[in-house]
Design a protein around this ligand. Sequence first.
Ligand code: G
Ligand code: G
Ligand code: NA
Ligand code: MN
Length: 253
Amino acid sequence: LLIKPRFLAALHNNEIKPYFQPVVDLASGGIRGFEVLLRWIHPQKGVLGPSEFASIVSDPEMAETLTRHVVDGALTQFSRRSSYRHETLALNLGTVDLIKAEFVFDLQAQLAAFDIGWHQIVIEVTENTMLGAINGPVFQNLKEMRSRGAKVALDDFGTGYGGLAHLRDWPVDIIKLDRSYVHHASRSDEDAIFARALIDIARTLGLEVIAEGVETPETAALLCALGCRMAQGYLFAAPGPIETFEEVSGLPG
Ligand code: G
Ligand code: G
Ligand code: NA
Ligand code: MN
């Protein structure tokens, strides 16, 4: 009950920040873009992720303020990079964000203010968001953003129900291979079968694949061999303030 006023104070005190994690080309190790991850830099508890204040993230009233703050901060910081025009920016959005009729209109204004193109934007949604969205306003907004050049990524692919069956009909361009499959993949041939199958399905459907949670060079090499081109993970960089990545040019890969 006390979390809302505490959270509003945190917003006011600038404790709520966008962190960034590089999305890397597995073959070259170069940065292709960033995923924005919400963080609460709590003065007592340290750096908190959204799962530690999930009730706020999914609250319709709070989400509006929060998303505006995080997206605005992310676009501001991203657009200060000298190389930003050649990079993508992935935003995690929930049903509460995407269901608003004016969502695309608002984001259009924010992008224009920072001279960022729709083709640079990736909208990350979960299977649950998609399952609840079929042919409703969330679908309409995703389709509208795709028609303007944005891409839609299905997050945590392989962990939900029904994702596989619906994949062909959903307005999706990218699947993000969940890190549970990625971690297992380098342990044994048997475990790699699932990663291989999911990558093959995605490629057959003409979708890009981004592997999440790549922590070792062995995993990176295996994913590359399986035909996955892009990845994120601690091997390359943990999420952090965007200044962290200003000088990075030769990541391992
Ligand atoms: O940051 P962490 O690795 O704990 O992320 C947990 C999940 O929270 C991620 O899967 C991501 O999809 C989601 N998430 C991160 N930032 C945001 C945000 O700004 N808004 C929403 N709705 N979800 C987010
Ligand atoms: O829900 P989503 O998949 O968008 O969230 C990504 C989460 O995964 C973030 O909270 C981020 O901190 C975490 N993460 C990013 N890279 C790695 C990694 O290499 N290993 C692990 N275990 N977690 C990671
Ligand atoms: Na995500
Ligand atoms: Mn994910």
